[in-house]
Design a protein around this ligand. Structure first.
Ligand SMILES: [Fe+2]
Length: 171
């Protein structure tokens, strides 16, 4: 195993990652702290520019809880029922202004992230033995359009409207 570095999370790293996200057609970028897909605990920075489409999905394995801490920006985490309706009582806006700094979700929960401002989160995700395996990592919601499809832009706008309608839960 390679020697572990100590990684700092500072403003320069957040700036750099947001620049990478701006240059990406997906309008988001990830910086990993874990050493490889094989790790059980994946830790990463995720920079999301306004307009990125995070297709609703869920992680089925009982090891795949996910936690998010907001470092910059304003971001909604939308939770959906089986039919694709937003569960407003479970969804949250993460924003330092509203003293809501993050969220932790259980496995098998349909979710999506909507950037209301250019944002960076620290994200932690568990994985079963064998670590991250793309084929089993997530199920995309069958009621949501595929990323890059003709319907995705209009659907994202509807998610953004849902996100703006959420009342902040102040801490
Ligand atoms: Fe996820």
């Amino acid at each position: 195993m390679s020697e572990r570095r100590i990684a700092a999370i500072n403003a320069a790293l957040l700036d750099e990652l947001l620049e990478r996200a701006a240059a990406s057609p997906r309008r988001r970028a990830i910086h990993c702290f874990h050493a490889g897909d094989w790790e059980h605990s994946h830790r990463m920075l995720n920079a999301l520019k306004v307009g990125t489409y995070v297709r609703p999905h869920r992680h089925a394995s009982e090891f795949q809880s996910e936690g998010f801490i907001l470092l910059r920006g304003r971001l909604a985490l939308l939770i959906f029922d089986e039919g694709g309706h937003v569960l407003r009582d479970q969804s949250l806006i993460m924003s330092a202004e509203d003293s809501c700094f993050g969220m932790d979700i259980s496995p098998a929960t349909w979710h999506s992230l909507v950037a209301l401002e250019d944002s960076v989160i620290y994200e932690v995700k568990g994985h079963p033995a064998g670590g991250y395996v793309a084929e089993r990592d997530k199920d995309f919601a069958p009621w949501s359009p595929e990323e890059g499809s003709a319907e995705a832009a209009a659907y994202l706008r509807s998610l953004e409207e849902e996100a703006r309608r959420l009342a902040p839960r102040r801490g």
